[in-house]
Design a protein. Structure first.
Length: 75
């Protein structure tokens, strides 16, 4: 979805566009870790690999909540 709409980022505010790009980068990094060839898919005994993936996913989710207004609804 991101790649199909990347040309439309100019219609967003600079901050929204930056956040969308960052969200995509974080989510894609986690996707790469959990799919074929990724460290978590292949298996690892390194707990730091799991922590890193969890941190990346949480950062992406935080951006997603901010972009959808969910963060302000909970206050």
């Amino acid at each position: 979805m991101y790649q199909a709409n990347v040309t439309r980022l100019g219609g967003l505010s600079p901050n929204e566009a930056k956040q969308i790009v960052r969200f995509y980068q974080l989510a894609d990094s986690v996707r790469l870790d959990v799919t074929i060839g990724g460290s978590l898919f292949e298996g690892t005994t390194d707990p730091d690999s799991f922590c890193e993936a969890a941190d990346l996913l949480e950062a992406a989710m935080k951006i997603g909540r901010e972009l959808t207004g969910e963060a302000t609804k909970k206050k």
